[in-house]
Design a protein around this ligand. Structure first.
Ligand SMILES: Nc1nc2c(c(=O)[nH]1)N[C@@H](CN(C=O)c1ccc(C(=O)N[C@@H](CCC(=O)O)C(=O)O)cc1)CN2
Ligand SMILES: NCC(=O)N[C@@H]1O[C@H](COP(=O)([O-])[O-])[C@@H](O)[C@H]1O
Length: 198
C-alpha cells in the first residue's frame, strides 16, 4: 500500500477528487491523514466523512514555524507517509519538511507557472487579462511555486468569462490533472506499476 499525506487549508475539493479517483481506480494508495493549518476548514469535514484521520493545529499554538513543522513531520513519519501532497495548503513549507521529504512533496497551482505564482493565481491571471491560463502540478522546493514542473494544462479565458466561471473551469481541470500527475509521480518513484493500473 502506497501511503500519502494530503495537506490542505480550505474547501478540500482537490482532496475529495483525489480520494474519489483512488477509490474508483482501486489503486493501492492510502491517504494516511489530512494535515490542515485551519481547524475550522471544510476539508476536515470532508476527511471525517471519509474516515480519513486528521491533524489540525494553528501555527500560533507553537513556538514558531520550525516547531510547527516538526510536529507535522513527527505525525507524517509516524504514519509512514511516502509522499506529501499539497492541495490548497496555504503555508510555505520550510526546510524541516523539505529536508525530510526531499523530492517527495508536490503541489497544485491554479495558473501556468511561472506566471501568476502565490495565493491568488486565478484572480491575478483574470485581472491581468491573459487569454490563456491553466493549472500546474509541480514539485515543492524552497522557493514559492518555483519547483520542477510535473504537468500543466491550459484553460482559455473567454470574453464572457467571469472570475467565478474561470475558477470553475480551473477546478474542473485540477480535479483530473492532480490524480493523473500523482500516478505519474508514483510511477516515476517506482511505487506504482502498470500492473496496479496506475
Ligand atoms: N516551500 C514551498 N511551500 C509551498 C509552495 C512552494 O512552492 N514551496 N507552494 C504553496 C502553495 N502556494 C501556491 O501555490 C502558496 C501558499 C501560500 C503562500 C503564502 O504566502 N502564504 C501566507 C503565509 C505563509 C506562511 O506562513 O507559511 C502568506 O500570505 O504569507 C504562497 C503560495 C504551498 N507551500
Ligand atoms: N497557491 C496555492 C493555491 O492557490 N492552491 C489552490 O487552492 C485551491 C484549493 O481548493 P480546494 O481546497 O477546493 O482543493 C486550488 O484551486 C489550488 O490550486
Amino acid at each position: 500500500m502506497i501511503k500519502i499525506a494530503v495537506f490542505a487549508s480550505g474547501t478540500g475539493t482537490n482532496f475529495v477528487a483525489l480520494y474519489d479517483h483512488i477509490k474508483q481506480a482501486q489503486l493501492p494508495i492510502e491517504i494516511t491523514r489530512v494535515i490542515c493549518d485551519q481547524p475550522k476548514a471544510a476539508v476536515l469535514d470532508r476527511a471525517r466523512e471519509r474516515q480519513i484521520p486528521i491533524w489540525t493545529h494553528r501555527l500560533k499554538e507553537f513556538e514558531g514555524k520550525e516547531a510547527y513543522e516538526q510536529a507535522i513531520l513527527t505525525q507524517v513519519q509516524a504514519d509512514n507517509a511516502q509522499l506529501l501532497v499539497l492541495a490548497g495548503y496555504m503555508r510555505i513549507v520550510t526546510q524541516v519538511l523539505l529536508n525530510a521529504y526531499a523530492g517527495k512533496i508536490i503541489n497544485i497551482h491554479p495558473a501556468l507557472l511561472p506566471s501568476f505564482p502565490g495565493r491568488h493565481g486565478i484572480e491575478d491571471a483574470f485581472d491581468y487579462g491573459v487569454k490563456v491560463t491553466g493549472v500546474t502540478v509541480h514539485y515543492v522546493d524552497s522557493g514559492v511555486d518555483s519547483g520542477p514542473v510535473i504537468a500543466q494544462q491550459p484553460v482559455a479565458i473567454l470574453p464572457e468569462d467571469s472570475v467565478e466561471s474561470l475558477a470553475m473551469k480551473i477546478h474542473d481541470v485540477e480535479h483530473e490533472l492532480y490524480f493523473e500527475s500523482l500516478c505519474q509521480v508514483l510511477r516515476d518513484q517506482g511505487l506504482l506499476t502498470v500492473q496496479d493500473n496506475g
